[in-house]
Design a protein around this ligand. Structure first.
Ligand SMILES: [Mg+2]
Length: 265
C-alpha cells in the first residue's frame, strides 16, 4: 500500500463519534495517537458536524475523556454556520431551531437571533426541540426566509446500536411542511475544509479527513480535494465501502492502525 498521501498530510481532521470514541467509550489507542501527532510532525483538529454542543463544550468533553485539546483544535458545524451567516447574510434576522449551546455559539459570532420577522431560518441538531419551534420555522420558511442547516446527518450514533434523530431528520420534516430544501453548511460541504485551510494556511491537498461515515467525513474530503481515511470502527462496514461509488483513499480498521502506519512512514 502506498501511504504517500498520509506522509504528505500536514493536518488531520478527526471526526469524533464512531472514530475516536462512542458515547463515553474511548477507542483503544485513540488518545495515544492524538498525543503523539505533534511529535510525528502533524497538526490536528477535531471536526464535528454535531451542532447540539458549542466548541467550548467539546474542549471540556474531550479533555474529560483524556484527549489533548486546545481552543484551536476544535471546529464544529455550528462555528462554520456562524461564519457562513456573517459572510453571506450579514445583519440578517435569524430564527434558530437549535439548542441553547448553539444559540450561545451564534451569539458569539454576533448573529441577531429573533422570534419574529426572520430573514433566515437556521436548524441544528436540536436535542431541545419542541413543536412550537417547528411551527414557527415552517411559517418563516413559507413566507420567504432562507433555509440554512448546520449538518445533514440523519441520525447521531449512540452506544448499544441506538441512534438519535439528528439535524437532517428535523430538516426533512420542515421540507415536507414548507416545500423548501436547506443549504447544509457542515460536512460534506467543502466549505468546512476551505475555511480551515484559510485559517491554518495549509492547502486542501495536505489536509486529511479521518472518519467513520462515507456521506459526511469522506465526502467532505473528496469535495474539497483533500485526503480521506475511512475507519471501520463506526457505522460503515466493508460491504458499504464496496458499494460506494467514490472510495476513500484509505480504509483502516481504526485510528490505532492509522497511528501504527504514521509511525512507520
Ligand atoms: Mg462519526
Amino acid at each position: 500500500m502506498d501511504y504517500g498521501k498520509l506522509k504528505n498530510t500536514e493536518l488531520f481532521l478527526f471526526d469524533m463519534d464512531g472514530t475516536l470514541y462512542l458515547g463515553d467509550q474511548v477507542y483503544q489507542g485513540a488518545v495515544e495517537l492524538m498525543e503523539e501527532l505533534p511529535a510525528l510532525g502533524k497538526r490536528y483538529i477535531y471536526l464535528t458536524n454535531n451542532s447540539s454542543r458549542a466548541g467550548v463544550d467539546y474542549i471540556t468533553r474531550l479533555r474529560k475523556l483524556g484527549f489533548p485539546c486546545k481552543e484551536e483544535n476544535v471546529f464544529t458545524s455550528g462555528m462554520a454556520t456562524g461564519m457562513y451567516l456573517n459572510q453571506n447574510h450579514p445583519g440578517a434576522r435569524v430564527y434558530l431551531v437549535g439548542t441553547q449551546a448553539f444559540r450561545r455559539e451564534l451569539l458569539s459570532y454576533g448573529i441577531e437571533l429573533v422570534e419574529e420577522e426572520a430573514d433566515v431560518v437556521v436548524v441544528g441538531f436540536d436535542t431541545e426541540l419542541v413543536y412550537e419551534k417547528l411551527n414557527k420555522a415552517c411559517h418563516f420558511l413559507r413566507w420567504g426566509a432562507v433555509f440554512i442547516a448546520a449538518n445533514p446527518d440523519w441520525v447521531c450514533p449512540m452506544p448499544d446500536d441506538e441512534v438519535l434523530p439528528d439535524c437532517g431528520s428535523i430538516c426533512a420534516l420542515l421540507t415536507a411542511s414548507s416545500g423548501k430544501e436547506p443549504n447544509y453548511i457542515g460536512k460534506p460541504n467543502r466549505n468546512m475544509i476551505d475555511v480551515i485551510s484559510k485559517m491554518t494556511g495549509i492547502p486542501n491537498e495536505r489536509i486529511c479527513a479521518v472518519g467513520d461515515r462515507l456521506y459526511t467525513d469522506i465526502a467532505v474530503a473528496q469535495n474539497a480535494g483533500s485526503v480521506s481515511v475511512l475507519v471501520l470502527s463506526g457505522e460503515t462496514d466493508k460491504a458499504m465501502v464496496e458499494a460506494a461509488q467514490r472510495k476513500p483513499d484509505y480504509v483502516l480498521e481504526d485510528v490505532h492502525q492509522l497511528h501504527m502506519i504514521l509511525k512507520e512512514i
